[in-house]
Design a protein around this ligand. Sequence first.
Ligand code: SF4
Length: 435
Amino acid sequence: MTAMTLTEKILARHAGRDGVRPGDNIWVDVDVLMTHDVCGPGTIGIFKQHFGKGARVWDASKVVIIPDHYIFTADKMANRNVDVLRDFAAEQKLPYFYDVNTPRYKGVCHIALPEEGHTRPGEVLLGTDSHTCTAGAFGEFATGVGNTDAGFVMGTGKIWLRVPETMRFVFHGNLPPYLMAKDLILAVIGDIGCDGATYRAMEFDGDGVYALNIEERMTLCNMVIEAGGKNGLIAPDEATLAYVDARNAGRKAYTALKSDAGAAYCFEKVYDVTKMEPVVARPHSPDNKATVREERGTKLDRAYIGSCTGGKMTDFRAAARILKGRKVKIDTFVVPATTEVRRQLQTEELNGQVLESVFLEAGAKIGEASCAACLGGPIDTFGRLNEAISCISTTNRNFPGRMGHKQARVFLASPLTVAASALTGVITDPREVMQ
Ligand code: SF4
């Protein structure tokens, strides 16, 4: 068999074949299926409809259920969704159910999955959420599926897939202190467009990628779906293996793979990160790219730091560096992705001050770990844009209505740029305020 990309190698192994080619349709064995409170009830309904009321999931140790979206709300329908998950997890005796209002509650699924050890190199991870691609940062094939596919996987552990072509994005150089992975991925999406990677794998490579920590690599892979990508991935290195081995749920054996020399890519683009600039995506599309300098001075009403893209410790460390000892000028919402991040905000210090206190003293409000306003949510959702205001956000989508009000304007940016803009009330290049 000729050389294969990392995506092709993973899919071939999970199809029990020596090799696959882009365009091949194959049955793939699934290692982990994740669902949450928005799509879980629908998935469970389809599973029961097709496999029977008393059916058992194909492998209870491979189904992970993480309520995270509409959690801290009085909305009865949203609460009912979590009840459905709770009943199902009890009925199926699922060991990996991270229930609300218990010590096991985690928050945003894509960050909870690696924290709880459900991401491993070489595996196939499916989730009923488009940002499941985040886990490609661990060198696995991770992609979002609809409720129908997920219901079928729940019953069989298999999915019918077409092997995607692979695009390669190479980053060279060490990131300057005013740039983050968010700037890199917004630049890529701006360059290739929201449909630039439709049904393709986006593989990230180069010394600039391997200089990023695991959380930043997750940010890169998180947003491949905003370019239409089927999956994003980064071959594992020692940092990946150290993270995975410290958390691996069930201590499962895994195989770290990388693309073969000479593997065929359908596209390649090379970036020198030392020459890149802080970037924003203007309303109302993640590919509506501008440099922060071009948008400098645009008036804002709100800043939001959170989500699977921008609510990890690396994101909050960056924002805190900007906000420490200063006051925000506009409403600023801080939402940790997970309870683990929330706890760390209460213990980790920046020059003798815990990060939580840095944010509170700056005038920001801190919410509970969850998706919160990233997806709008019920009207009482923390940080939701309930009016037609302008917001700069570390989240990953800015389509009309995404964070609430349909006329609200959302600018996507790095935590550094969001924090800098929170201080001034206008879009601000972090270089202007870095301490
Ligand atoms: S934080 Fe936002 S993008 Fe991430 S899973 Fe939640 S709603 Fe989706």
